[in-house]
Design a protein around this ligand. Structure first.
Ligand SMILES: [Zn+2]
Length: 284
């Protein structure tokens, strides 16, 4: 089974049900945005209390520090985003999230850096930016697992090197990580790494999605998106894609190491069961 909720943390689904009743009771009184604002504050507080990191709605003072351009969320989309994030984070053991040492999670409607649009960004010092799209739960769930994996790599990896780079004259440091065993999987398979990209022999072979070919960190983060949101599909793909299969196995071994054995193969079997159940329930 999936890890039980702890203490007085209330399952977000239950909270939505309560909130829905709350909203219906008050809708006729008018100001919908105000009601959502109130629900949003409660949900934010609950998440912050549970995991111990702060959650802010952008824009924030960090935008300028990291040369980011963001746009703010409306309270309704922000509320939906926070509920989605709460549900997705519940898939992990809570001490895993705590050890990831997230300092601040910033939610925005859009995110740009140097003219590029991003779904999320993980910055040094544990600051995570996450975009929340209206009515797009699939992307929203993927982004949180993707950025969390980058943060987990920062928190759990020992093999680090620091590079110094500049943005508009400001000197920043970025720590990079090597995973030689991971790179070995590609070497054996004949996928070459050149021009800062893994050169695939054939479209998606070996990768969860194309963006993963950028480097091993993106490779691992894109696998985590699928492993946490659609492990059954990923499992099916691994039967016909042995390179992807090796990577998923390595990823699960790494998660097992990080969680002292909790996130093992059985954990993902249970997660598949739980997700399948939720899907069936939603079809009613
Ligand atoms: Zn990434």
């Amino acid at each position: 089974m999936q890890e039980a909720t702890e203490g007085n943390y209330i399952d977000p689904v239950l909270r939505i049900k309560k909130a829905t009743g709350h909203i219906l009771a008050r809708l006729h009184q008018g100001n919908q945005a105000e009601i959502y604002q109130e629900l949003l504050s409660q949900e934010l507080q609950s998440l912050q209390d549970h995991y111990g990191f702060s959650i802010e709605l952008g824009p924030t003072k960090e935008d300028a520090n990291y040369d980011l351009q963001t746009t703010p969320l409306n309270p309704i989309t922000a509320y939906e985003g926070v509920v989605t994030i709460a549900q997705e984070l519940q898939k992990y053991p809570s001490n895993y999230i705590q050890k990831c040492a997230i300092k601040k999670l910033i939610l925005v409607a859009s995110l740009q850096q140097n003219g590029n649009h991003w779904g999320g960004v993980t910055l040094p010092d544990g600051i995570l930016y996450v975009t929340v799209y209206p009515n797009n739960t699939d992307d929203n769930t993927s982004i949180i697992h993707h950025e969390l994996e980058h943060q987990a790599t920062n928190a759990y990896s020992q093999d680090k090197t620091t590079t110094v780079f500049e943005i508009r004259g400001k000197t920043l440091r970025r720590t990079t990580y090597h995973d030689l065993a991971w790179e070995q999987i590609h070497k054996k398979s004949g996928i070459r790494y050149s021009q800062e990209k893994w050169q695939q022999r054939d479209s998606l072979d070996g990768f969860a999605r194309r963006y993963g070919a950028k480097n091993h960190l993106e490779d691992q983060a894109t696998i985590m998106e699928l492993l946490m949101t659609n492990p059954l599909d990923l499992q099916a793909r691994c039967f016909t894609d042995p390179i992807l299969g090796q990577k998923v196995t390595r990823m699960i071994l790494e998660l097992k190491r990080r969680t002292n054995g909790t996130m093992d193969k059985q954990y993902f079997e249970d997660l598949i069961g739980k997700i399948t159940q939720d899907k069936e329930f939603n079809e009613y």
